[in-house]
Design a protein around this ligand. Structure first.
Ligand code: CP
Length: 307
């Protein structure tokens, strides 16, 4: 594993298992909470978020705090980017100020591929347009691993269905790659306008109905309709119709015999892809995902930055 954390395919299975094991240790070490382990006390981490974020930014911040790193929140809207300075120039200047790592969320796709050979500090992808969100995928895998007794063999017996806007989802792309690496069987379902034209490339299969998804799946991962990126009417008639045909509620899963688990990367559109009764129910892993994000992201930072 190199100095950057950009794409799932940059890591071997062994790298990922090492990160998950370390995340488990760090979660244990963080009791009582707000421990400062001091492992990265000489490191400067800069946050550059060009799109909104709650979970990713706050959990990377908490992760850095757990490891004792110094963090800097780069105010994109008040910076010299607005005077025409390029992003590459900006990062080079921040390196001159002592940056060891950049945690970056961008709207544009392909930005990291251009930067990775020009910047010496570590580049960490905190969400790249509709393309990649590798740390979300890792924390989702960690959450399942924890839920299934830290046993990768048990994960291989699971059937996981991702429902929703697969085509425009950076989370779905990263998850499908990661689950494939761990030989976990996946399916996708949603409006046909949202499905992949080449599911075989991602080692996944398209299901035909929500009923089929509920019957065969051990885990269902719901995705957010990204209303800020798209005119939803291009993909389905209305949010109400979406909720009726593709959304999940406690009512819809009440007749499922097995103990199905529901995940969502967040934030969720309440009443569209999920209702809040289900999101806060015992079937839901949603808030465990958020909590685990801190420790998985701390393990990533430590692996990249600790000498
Ligand atoms: N899952 C996720 O990326 O959430 P945020 O946009 O709040 O960071």
């Amino acid at each position: 594993m190199g100095k950057n954390f950009i794409d799932i395919k940059d890591f071997s299975k062994e790298d990922i298992i090492e990160i998950l094991n370390r995340a488990k240790e760090l979660k244990h070490l963080n009791k009582p909470k707000n421990v400062n382990l001091g492992l990265l006390k000489d490191k400067n981490i800069y946050f550059l978020f060009f799109e909104p974020s709650t979970r990713t930014k706050m959990s990377f911040l908490k992760a850095a705090s757990l490891l004792g790193a110094t963090t800097f929140d780069f105010e994109t809207s008040k910076s010299s980017l607005n005077k025409g300075e390029s992003l590459i120039e900006t990062l080079v200047n921040l390196e001159s100020l002592g940056a060891d790592a950049f945690i970056i969320r961008v709207k544009e796709v392909g930005f990291f591929d251009i930067l990775k050979n020009k910047i010496k500090a570590s580049l960490i992808n905190a969400g790249e347009g509709t393309y990649r969100h590798p740390s979300q995928a890792l924390l989702d895998l960690y959450t399942l691993w924890e839920e299934y007794d830290y046993d990768f063999e048990k994960l291989k017996n699971l059937k996981i269905t991702i429902i929703g806007d697969i085509k425009n989802s950076r989370v779905a792309r990263s998850l499908l790659k990661l689950f494939s690496l761990f030989e976990i069987k996946t399916f996708i379902y949603g409006p046909s306008t949202y499905l992949l034209e080449n599911p075989e490339v991602y080692n996944t299969e398209i299901l035909n109905s929500l009923e089929e998804a509920l019957n065969i799946s051990d885990v269902i991962i719901l995705l957010r309709i990204q209303l800020e990126r798209q005119n939803a009417k291009k993909y389905f008639p209305s949010l109400k119709t979406y909720n009726y045909f593709y959304g999940l509620s406690l009512e819809k899963i009440k007749n499922i015999k097995k103990n199905i688990k529901i995940m969502h990367p967040g934030p969720f559109n309440e009443g569209v892809e999920i209702n809040s009764e289900l999101a806060y129910s015992n079937c839901s892993l949603i808030f465990k995902q958020v909590n685990n994000g801190v420790f998985v992201r701390a393990a990533i930072l430590e692996k990249l930055l600790k000498i």
